[in-house]
Design a binder for this molecule. Structure first.
Ligand SMILES: NC(=O)c1ccc[n+]([C@@H]2O[C@H](COP(=O)([O-])OP(=O)(O)OC[C@H]3O[C@@H](n4cnc5c(N)ncnc54)[C@H](O)[C@@H]3O)[C@@H](O)[C@H]2O)c1
Length: 273
């Protein structure tokens, strides 16, 4: 049997002091909230996006709050830029303990209108980049001894909507990769997990909740009765990135306000109040 790791005291289980974190897509709505949270808990954070302009304000805000953050840019739809990004992050922070694959794109279209370019663009960022960023991060996460990858998958990996067929396929692939990578790298003390959020109320998803009928659909179908906010993903990601989840790998945490728990057939009763 392998020895169990020494865990910090309970009050420090969720701390990230000294952890070196690379977060892709950190200029986005969810990434920026996650980056602030990591820094608040003591992590050194490299925030990445397509351009450093997108993440400089985030770096400034983290530094103003007393944290440490660095900005890096790369277009991760190109595989060679994925390995360069990892190299630069490692050189900047002196190593890597946690990789959070947060960058993602979507082009919402009915299946019959999806082009090869749409398909390739979405899969390159949402799926191929997750694969090759993780691959390039492997030696560094291995030498960390507490390496962890957290992938931002989606509820659409298991519950789809019309017009998101390619996106949903990539997220199902990310959840699948999470299990494959977890299984293969458990020997290297690297844990790999993902979250699968339902629609989070951000600009990215405004076409989904910005229309009145769709807003009402989410309200009626989500047992919690509202859309998620970006800060409601923080707890799960911190949990998966820290020793609090030391015996958890290959898992998906679904964050969906109870959608998968089931329906309310009495809401169809005529005298339903
Ligand atoms: N918002 C939601 O409802 C929701 C739900 C489930 C999962 N997710 C996932 O969470 C992640 C973040 O979503 P968000 O709502 O913050 O989106 P967002 O659009 O606000 O942020 C995504 C970021 O990724 C960056 N990016 C896109 N293509 C890139 C590329 N080629 N190279 C480098 N960076 C690139 C963008 O510039 C952007 O800053 C995505 O992976 C998304 O699929 C979002």
């Amino acid at each position: 049997m392998r020895p169990a790791p020494a865990l910090p005291p309970t009050t420090e289980l969720f701390r990230m002091d000294g952890m070196r974190v690379l977060l892709t897509g950190a200029g986005g709505a969810i990434g920026s909230v996650l980056a602030r949270a990591f820094a608040d808990l003591g992590a050194v954070v490299t925030v990445h996006d397509l351009t450093t302009d997108k993440v400089q304000p985030l770096v400034a805000a983290i530094e103003e709050a007393g944290g440490t953050a660095y900005a890096l840019s790369a277009d991760i739809s190109h595989a060679d830029q994925c390995s360069r990004l990892i190299d630069e992050a490692v050189a900047t922070m002196g190593g890597l303990d946690v990789l959070v694959n947060g960058a993602g794109i979507n082009r919402r279209k009915p299946i019959l209108e999806v082009t090869v370019d749409d398909f390739d663009a979405i899969t390159a960022v949402n799926m191929r980049a997750v694969y090759f960023l993780s691959q390039a991060a492997h030696p560094h996460l291995k030498s960390s001894g507490r390496g962890s990858i957290v992938n931002l998958s989606s509820l659409s990996a298991r519950y789809s909507f019309n017009t998101i067929s390619v996106y949903a396929a990539t997220k199902a692939a990310v959840s699948g990769m999470t299990r494959s990578f977890a299984r293969e790298w458990v020997k290297d003390d690297i844990r790999v997990n993902c979250i699968e959020p339902s629609v989070v109320q951000t600009e990215f998803t405004k076409p989904l909740w910005g229309e009145d009928h769709r807003y009402r659909w989410f309200e009626d179908t989500t047992p919690i009765g509202r859309l998620a906010q970006a800060n409601e993903l923080v707890g799960a990601v911190i949990f998966l990135a820290t020793p609090a989840s030391s015996y958890i790998t290959g898992q998906s945490i679904v964050i969906e306000g109870g959608i998968l728990a089931g329906g309310d057939w009495d809401s169809y009763a005529e005298n339903n109040s």
